[in-house]
Design a protein around this ligand. Structure first.
Ligand SMILES: Cc1cc2nc3c(=O)[nH]c(=O)nc-3n(C[C@H](O)[C@H](O)[C@H](O)COP(=O)(O)O)c2cc1C
Length: 197
């Protein structure tokens, strides 16, 4: 059985998907259910979800976001690696601090759920807000705006992580075996109590 720590260790952002593997409506609803079951400040539950799986809409949205800002332009965003679906997290136009916290929590629930279901995801904060807004307006959704979108699909590349031990800022990169993301050491993150080895 996969433990929670196996799951979160394997829950890495994926930026190359297999668009031919359809994400079903039931799978997308399960992802929204994971968000539904998440904590919400004051239990206000102001977030809503748009589940996008129409191929033309998915491609259109994919063309209007940045999958992998750290990659060179040619290594980023090839249409052949687009995701089969998106979960859009919608909320009020002027979100409070707590609403934005809710967005992050819901996003990670969707991310973990996708991985638990054998799919992969990538949170995308760098998207064309006007385009994404027009997409939901065309569906008759007024007053809400997209705060974060998650690309979702079957992975077309391996993803793993390593401890960052170099100088400068941690990043992610692509190697022949797949994408590797660097994580700061635990003892850098825990500022108190310091551990003296
Ligand atoms: C709020 C938020 C916004 C993000 N936006 C993007 C994005 O626009 N494009 C992208 O490729 N990744 C995006 N990411 C994914 C991060 O780059 C990724 O989480 C980070 O590199 C660590 O990798 P990991 O998710 O595999 O642990 C975002 C992550 C978060 C939490």
């Amino acid at each position: 059985m996969r433990t929670f720590f196996d799951l979160i260790s394997q829950t890495r952002s994926c930026r190359r998907f297999d668009p031919s593997r359809i994400v079903t409506e039931e799978e997308l609803r399960r992802l929204a259910e994971a968000a539904m079951l998440s904590p919400s400040a004051r239990n206000a539950q102001v977030l809503r979800y748009a589940l996008i799986s129409d191929p033309a809409e998915t491609e259109g949205l994919y063309r209007h976001l940045v999958p992998g800002g750290s990659y060179s332009a040619e290594d980023r965003g090839a249409l052949s690696y687009r995701p089969a679906a998106f979960v859009m997290i919608l909320g009020p136009v002027n979100p409070s601090k707590f609403t934005l916290m809710d967005v992050g929590i819901a996003a990670q629930s969707v991310n973990l759920a996708a991985n638990a279901m054998g799919l992969k995801a990538c949170m995308c904060g760098a998207f064309n807000e006007q385009y994404a807004c027009d997409l939901i307006r065309a569906k008759g959704i007024e007053e809400l705006v997209p705060h974060l979108v998650l690309a979702v699909g079957a992975p077309a590349e391996n993803t793993s992580w390593e401890v960052f031990s170099g100088e400068g800022k941690p990043t992610y990169r692509r190697e022949p075996e797949g994408q590797i993301v660097q994580k700061l050491p635990l003892d850098t993150l825990i500022v108190y109590p310091a551990r003296h080895n």
